[in-house]
Ligand binder design. Structure first.
Ligand code: COA
Ligand code: NAP
Length: 261
């Protein structure tokens, strides 16, 4: 997929927290293809090293729940690659469980990775950014706005992320733009494997999609490129749904309308 001009991100430095697999790795890969100097971080050092080698990036091990660790990783990136122009906060943890099947620690763990982790990444990067002009993007999800059973932790965490994006956009504009991307169900990802483990659940997700197909990692990556490019220079505090219309409404009514036309 070539939708943005070559070298669009030449001279830019990008850090992707949680960029060692799946959607975030796809974003990091696209940034590197467009000429950015890229660093990715996750907990598992071997996975980070493999991901970094795959896309020509620097790979670091840091847990976003540990402020000192993630701050240290970003200091290393700024030292090695220069002040950061783009920071993605994409680390997340998830599993299906009813609220009554979650211990306090289970709930806290997901909120800690997703929401506190995003605060840590964004708070920790601010004085390492190339300002003015830096762009921060948090990866959120539809659960932030549409409540979903078995997802008390992720719904709460991602809703918090959406508000954090807006607050930081207010506090850090005009020097720094802060936005979010809300992917829909994206094929071949850990998230889909966990949240749609059987055919019936997969079908219920599919029925919500106006575009009537699963999303691709590359499509979320293109959204990220857009948001950190000059084309989005007046966009801050917004959440871009890259979800085939999954959050728009009841897509089955769309089918009904086609049948009546
Ligand atoms: N149902 C209920 N509780 C669960 C659970 C499940 N399926 N999976 C984990 N937990 C609970 C654990 O029992 C533990 O609670 P306890 O101490 O009261 O027993 C708590 O969650 C933390 O689990 P732990 O395994 O210690 O956490 P971790 O920090 O090692 O890993 C997870 C975090 C649980 C989110 C893990 O699944 C993970 O690392 N995920 C990353 C990848 C991912 O989720 N990708 C998809 C992104 S959308
Ligand atoms: P994934 O492959 O599991 O990616 C998660 C990444 O975060 C990995 O690099 C993982 O590496 C890292 N990570 C996890 N916990 C961490 C921690 N505590 N500290 C640092 N890094 C950590 O998941 P994915 O499905 O691609 O999802 C990526 C993002 O998209 C998430 O924010 C998710 O909520 C969002 N999203 C996904 C979908 C979907 O369809 N998949 C839909 C909507 C939103 P380590 O395990 O080595 O740490």
């Amino acid at each position: 997929m070539t939708t943005f001009r070559e070298n669009l991100l030449a001279g830019k430095t990008a850090f992707v927290a949680g960029g060692t697999s799946g959607i975030n790795l796809g974003i990091a890969k696209r940034f590197a293809e467009l000429g950015a100097k890229v660093a990715v971080a996750g907990r598992d050092p071997d996975k980070a090293a493999r991901a970094a080698a795959e896309i020509g990036a620097i790979g670091l091990s840091a847990d976003v729940r540990d402020y000192a660790a993630i701050r240290g990783a970003m200091e290393q990136v700024a030292d090695q690659l220069g002040p950061m122009d783009i920071v993605i906060s994409g680390a997340a943890g998830n599993f299906l469980a009813p609220a009554l099947g979650m211990s306090a620690n289970a709930f806290r763990t997901v909120v800690d990775i997703d929401l506190n982790g995003t605060f840590n990444v964004f708070r920790g990067c601010h004085d390492l950014l190339n300002r003015p002009g830096a762009s921060l993007i948090a990866i959120t999800a539809g659960q932030a706005v549409n409540a979903s059973a078995l997802q008390a932790h992720a719904c709460a965490a991602k809703a918090g992320i959406n508000q954090l994006i807006r607050v930081l956009a207010l506090e850090w504009g005009p020097e720094v733009r802060v936005n979010g991307i809300s992917p829909g169900p994206i094929a071949d990802t850990e998230g889909m494997k966990r949240l749609a483990p059987d055919a019936a659940t997969r079908q219920s997700h599919f029925d919500r999609i106006a575009m009537k197909r699963w999303g691709k990692i590359e499509e979320v990556a293109e959204s990220a490129v857009f948001l950190c490019s000059p084309a989005a220079g007046y966009i801050t505090g917004t959440i871009l749904d890259c979800d085939g219309g999954s959050q728009v409404g009841d897509a089955s009514r769309g089918d009904l309308a086609k049948g009546m036309a």
